[in-house]
Design a binder for this molecule. Structure first.
Ligand code: ZN
Length: 122
């Protein structure tokens, strides 16, 4: 059950990240959590698919029940994981203005909404 333990550890990591980074862009943490959750579900699909193929190769040459549905399900999750990954990547280049709370470019010197001077960030 190595991959299951791994998935549980990853879920814990996400929760720890949320509590440590309270006040930062929360949407990103939700996206990370959604992505980890989708990856775990996709792993289960892979496992189920592997079992079906095992039975297929083992016993007969007919197209097994459920294979197409699982392949579609994996494809769907992969697309959503890619979409979340690019959203998370995009959020890394954003910051929140401490003065007005606007979501602005990370490299801005002044907030383009309220005009407040922003702290230099590492
Ligand atoms: Zn502002």
């Amino acid at each position: 059950m190595e991959f299951f333990d791994d998935a549980v550890n990853k879920t814990k990591e996400v929760f720890e990240t949320v509590s440590k980074k309270t006040g930062e862009v929360i949407a990103t943490e939700k996206q990370r959590f959604d992505m980890a959750s989708l990856k775990t579900k996709r792993e289960k699909d892979y496992t189920a698919l592997g079992k079906i193929y095992y039975e297929f190769v083992k016993d007969n040459e007919d197209v097994p029940e459920g294979v197409k549905e699982l392949v579609d399900s994996i494809k769907e999750k992969s697309l959503e994981i890619d979409r979340l990954a690019s959203e998370i990547q995009g959020a890394k280049n954003r910051r929140v203005c401490k003065s007005c709370g606007a979501n602005i470019d990370k490299n801005s010197i002044y907030c383009n909404i309220c005009g407040a001077k922003l702290d230099i960030e590492e």
